[in-house]
Write a protein that binds this ligand. Structure first.
Ligand code: ATP
Ligand code: MG
Ligand code: MG
Length: 430
């Protein structure tokens, strides 16, 4: 990665945009970039600095992401639509080439980390509801107001809004903005004699042990306190694969486990692909495990296994759908049955929630009534984000001060009021 055309190597204290941003430590990375915590000297706050790889295809992708994020940010000046806000962008020249940099508001951990902190056991249905509301507010904004399909929704691409100040967080201690470059050359060992070298190595081993201890202490304290300072609103990030509904760039989208059936069948797509992925996310938050994890097997492909898993859980694919698109003839016979996977173990979302994940019958029934319509094989039948925001399962316990809503209350609340209250509620949290 750290070569010509690749990542830009950063050390803490490095300056960007003529000294406006000072790098502090690495927050994360992806296939396209490294992302750094940086201090914005101008506004005196922390930001996330995404430094793209420099080769032309990565620069192109960054410009693409900037196009979408600029529109998203411009149309949401109050920053309450649960989508990451772009603050700034610029170019940075380094030894590996010219890197496009994007500056974002600083967010917290991804939903994947949240699930990991809870040891893959699920995070509890009340938290799932709360996170689902945020994602849906974001999706409704993207789909209805902007005409944008995210097309890569998954746990890693939704980040919690953290209210922890990085300079005060004990886990991130030592992070008073450090605006100096570290002194000395870390590789300047040349003049050391043998004894010095030995001593140094021993010291290193001791330090490594200490670091190990500290790391495990931090990890265990994290899993307990991972929800402190987090109001569980979250924001959708990573618009590197987004497209306009009326101007699509490719037929092949989404990360495997979150991929909608129409993509596998090559049957075209619209906003409802995001709704499918959203359902996969909601299930994974509740159970700690992915809804679909297809694998290639003897005599069948990963795609065929994926379709089989869907049919085991959601029922047989309607013939009309099983013949749509460019690829069904590879997979289905003329009766609409899979050619190469003949025996399916039929189940249902509700049964799986109860039997495998030990969720109570009534919770499972209500949660399944929310999930199943989103997992309709017919894309046009899936509820929209706005429809979902009105669903009784989501509205349950929405306002803790008023106590739980019963189903009739929920039905009586009209559409304008329901979206209004959810949106303004989220705004006050940010
Ligand atoms: P991908 O390979 O998934 O396309 P990418 O190179 O486009 O990745 P992002 O997904 O945008 O990069 O970011 C990489 C990681 O950096 C994220 O998963 C997250 O951990 C961290 N990150 C990104 N943006 C922020 C932010 N605003 N605040 C805090 N952390 C962030
Ligand atoms: Mg990503
Ligand atoms: Mg990306």
């Amino acid at each position: 990665g750290y070569r010509k055309g690749g990542y830009h190597a950063v050390r803490h204290g490095d300056q960007f945009a003529a000294g406006r941003y000072v790098a502090q430590r690495k927050l994360g990375w992806g296939n396209f970039s490294t992302v750094w915590l940086a201090f914005d000297v101008q506004s005196q706050r922390y930001v996330a600095l995404k430094i793209q790889k420099s080769a032309p295809e990565f620069a192109q992708a960054a410009l693409h992401e900037i196009e979408f994020l600029s529109e998203i940010t411009k149309r949401d000046p109050s920053n309450c639509k649960c989508i990451i806000q772009l603050i700034d962008h610029f170019k940075h020249a380094g030894p590996n080439g010219q890197h496009i940099c994007l500056v974002f508001e600083l967010l917290g951990d991804s939903l994947l980390k949240l699930v990991q902190y809870n040891r893959y056991k699920g995070i509890g249905l009340d938290r799932v509801r709360q996170i689902c509301r945020s994602i849906l507010v974001g999706l409704d904004y993207l789909h209805n107001e902007l005409g944008i399909i995210h097309s890569d929704l998954k746990l890693e691409n939704v980040l919690l809004v953290s209210t922890i100040d990085p300079s005060k967080d004990p886990i991130r201690s030592g992070l008073k903005p450090n605006l100096e470059r570290p002194e000395g050359n870390p590789n300047g060992e040349a003049g050391l004699n043998a004894i010095e070298k030995k001593l140094k190595m021993r010291a290193r081993r001791v330090l490594a042990k200490l670091a190990e201890k500290r790391k495990s202490a931090v990890e265990s304290s994290r899993s307990e306190r991972s929800l402190d300072g987090i109001d569980l609103t979250c924001k959708i990030v990573d618009f590197g694969n987004a497209c306009w509904a009326d101007k699509q760039f490719t037929d092949f989208i989404q990360t495997r486990q979150y991929r909608a059936p129409e993509i596998i069948l090559g049957a075209g797509y619209s906003f409802s692909v995001d709704m499918w992925s959203f359902a996969c996310i909601a299930f994974e938050l509740a159970t700690g495990e992915m809804l679909f994890t297809p694998k290639e097997g003897h005599g069948y492909s990963e795609d065929e296994d994926h379709l089989a898993l869907m049919m085991e859980l959601l029922g047989k694919m309607p013939k009309k759908i099983a013949t749509m698109g460019t690829r069904p003839k590879e997979y289905f016979d003329r009766h609409g049955d899979l050619k190469r996977i003949r025996r399916l173990k039929l189940s249902s979302i509700e049964r799986v929630l109860v039997d495998k994940y030990k969720i109570s019958e009534s919770d499972a029934r209500e949660f399944a009534s929310f999930l199943c319509p989103l997992l309709d094989f017919a894309p046009e039948k899936r509820p929209t984000a706005l429809d979902c925001l009105k669903h009784p399962w989501l509205r349950y316990n929405e306002d803790k001060t008023c106590g739980p809503l019963n189903n009739n209350d929920a039905k009586n609340i009209d559409l304008a009021q329901s979206t209004g209250s959810i949106t303004s509620g989220d705004c006050t949290n940010i």
